[in-house]
Design a protein around this ligand. Structure first.
Ligand SMILES: Nc1ncnc2c1ncn2[C@@H]1O[C@H](COP(=O)(O)OP(=O)(O)OP(=O)(O)O)[C@@H](O)[C@H]1O
Length: 289
C-alpha cells in the first residue's frame, strides 16, 4: 500500500451518504499512521493541500470529489513526485469514468490500496491546466449558470442546460489548430484530453490520455434537430460519426473570438476572454488508479 493522503471536498457531488473517514479506515487501516485525510475549506484549497502532501512524502494524493477537485489536486501535484489517486465523489466524475475507476466507494478504495502507476497528458487553456476537458462556448456558459443555480446534481444541470439553450448565441471565431486556420462560429469548442464531460456524456469518445494530443470538437451552431443529434451522439458515444460536429486531433490551438466568450476547465467556469491559447504537457502527471 502506498503512503496515501486523501483530500476530501465536502461539497462535491450529490448529498453524502457515507462516513468517509470510517470507510477509508476500513480499507487503509493496515496503514495506520501511513495515511491521512484532509478536508478542503474553500475552492482552491486542494491545490495547496496536494502540494504540501507531496512535499511531506505521500506517494499518492487522492482527490475525493469530482473533476473540479481532481483539477485542484492535479495542479498541486504537477512537477512533484506524487501520483494522483481518485475516489469518485463528484456529480459527473468524467476523468474517473474515463480511467475506469470504480464508482462504488468500497471498490474504489480497494483499488486505490493497490494501484497501478502510470502517467497521463495534461492540457492547458490560457495557462490553466486541465486533466479531463476544457472548452469555450455553451458548455462554459452552462458551467457558469450551474454554479449560480443554488443546488447541484444532474437534475439541476439538465434544467440549467435547457433554460440556457433557449438564450445562447454562437460567437464568430478564428480557430488555429496545429497551424490550420478556420473562420467559423463557436457554439461549442471543446478540447478533450479525456473522452467525456462526466455522466457518460462523450464529447470526444476517441480521446486518449496518453497520445500527446487533444481531441477537438467544434459545433458551430445548434438548432433543435442538431441539438437532439448531439445529445444522442454524446450519450451513445458516436458523435464523431454523426454530421453534427467537426473533429480534429491536435497538440496546440489558438482561438480569437470577435466578442468575449466564456471558458471552463474541467467543468469549472473561469471567466470570459477573446484570446485563447491551448497547449499540451505530454505525460506531465503521475496517476495511481
Ligand atoms: N470546502 C469547499 N467549499 C466550497 N467549495 C469547495 C470546497 N472544496 C472544493 N470546492 C470547490 O467545489 C467545486 C466542485 O467540486 P467538484 O467539481 O469536485 O464536484 P462536482 O462538481 O460535484 O463533480 P464533477 O466536477 O465531477 O461534476 C470545485 O470547483 C472546488 O473548487
Amino acid at each position: 500500500m502506498p503512503k496515501t493522503c486523501f483530500i476530501l471536498n465536502p461539497i462535491a457531488g450529490p448529498s453524502r451518504r457515507y462516513d468517509m473517514p470510517a470507510l477509508i479506515a476500513q480499507h487503509f487501516g493496515a496503514l495506520e499512521g501511513n495515511y491521512e485525510i484532509r478536508l478542503t475549506q474553500a475552492a482552491g484549497h486542494a491545490v495547496e493541500l496536494a502540494r504540501a502532501a507531496s512535499a511531506e512524502g505521500f506517494e499518492v494524493v487522492a482527490a475525493v470529489g469530482g473533476d473540479g477537485t481532481i483539477n485542484e489536486v492535479g495542479r498541486g501535484l504537477l512537477g512533484t513526485a506524487a501520483a494522483l489517486g481518485i475516489v469518485p465523489q463528484g456529480s459527473g466524475n468524467g476523468l474517473a469514468r474515463h480511467l475506469k475507476v470504480p464508482l462504488g466507494l468500497p471498490a474504489a478504495l480497494r483499488r486505490l490500496a493497490t494501484p497501478d502507476f502510470s502517467r497521463m497528458d495534461v492540457g492547458t487553456m490560457n495557462g490553466h491546466p486541465f486533466f479531463c476537458t476544457a472548452g469555450l462556448g455553451f458548455d462554459a456558459h452552462v458551467s457558469q449558470h450551474f454554479a449560480l443555480a443554488g443546488s447541484r446534481g444532474l437534475s439541476t444541470y439538465l434544467r440549467v442546460t435547457l433554460r440556457e439553450y433557449r438564450r445562447y448565441l454562437p460567437v464568430p471565431v478564428r480557430v488555429e489548430l496545429d497551424g490550420q486556420v478556420e473562420e467559423t462560429n463557436c457554439y461549442v469548442l471543446a478540447f478533450a484530453n479525456a473522452s467525456q464531460y462526466g455522466n457518460n456524456a462523450y464529447i470526444a469518445p476517441l480521446a486518449d490520455l496518453r497520445d500527446g494530443l487533444l481531441d477537438v470538437c467544434l459545433i458551430d451552431a445548434l438548432p433543435v434537430i442538431r441539438a437532439m443529434k448531439v445529445s444522442l451522439g454524446m450519450a451513445l458515444g458516436n458523435l464523431p460519426q454523426s454530421n453534427a460536429a467537426e473533429y480534429f486531433r491536435v497538440a496546440r490551438g489558438r482561438v480569437t473570438a470577435q466578442a468575449p466568450i466564456g471558458f471552463h476547465v474541467d467543468g469549472d467556469y473561469l471567466g470570459h476572454d477573446i484570446e485563447f491559447v491551448i497547449d499540451l504537457l505530454p505525460m506531465a502527471l503521475a496517476v495511481a488508479v
